[in-house]
Design a protein around this ligand. Structure first.
Ligand SMILES: [Zn+2]
Ligand SMILES: [Zn+2]
Length: 133
């Protein structure tokens, strides 16, 4: 089975139900979907590519999250305690970009409309707010 069957008959729907995030997580675990964080000169770039959790089309999403608030390290002194220093986690919302206009999609819109959330660990990221005094 070379290519996954892209379900282009799936009607376009702007959904961001958690189910799809959940599905995407499974796909990530199965290596059918990939997520990567690159940090070049302090600029963070996220890449998500692979199979759309909804329509199974191939998507390729590149984002430069500008909100530093995306870093988990920015949480103010909550009740977390500072036991384990973890690499910053970047959360990106990915919208299907399979490149195929789905049924009922607005003109000029491709993809099945799904938006799902991917958590990426920015291992090579610059130390977030929590490090060096
Ligand atoms: Zn899709
Ligand atoms: Zn599609």
């Amino acid at each position: 089975m070379a290519a996954p069957d892209h379900n282009t008959a799936e009607p376009w729907e702007p959904t961001s139900e958690f189910t799809w995030t959940d599905r995407a997580y499974d796909l990530l675990e199965q290596n059918l979907l990939h997520a990567q964080v690159d940090v070049v000169d302090g600029v963070l770039t996220t890449k998500v590519w692979g199979r759309c959790p909804r329509c199974a089309g191939q998507l390729h999403d590149v984002q430069v999250p500008t909100a530093v608030g995306d870093f988990a390290g920015t949480r103010g002194g909550g009740g977390w305690g500072s036991a384990v220093p973890e690499p910053p986690v970047v959360i990106v919302d990915v919208t299907c970009g399979c490149g195929v206009p789905h049924l009922d999609a607005p003109e000029g819109t491709t993809g099945c409309g799904v938006t799902f959330r991917v958590e990426l660990v920015a291992e090579g990221a610059p130390p977030s707010t929590s490090v060096t005094p």
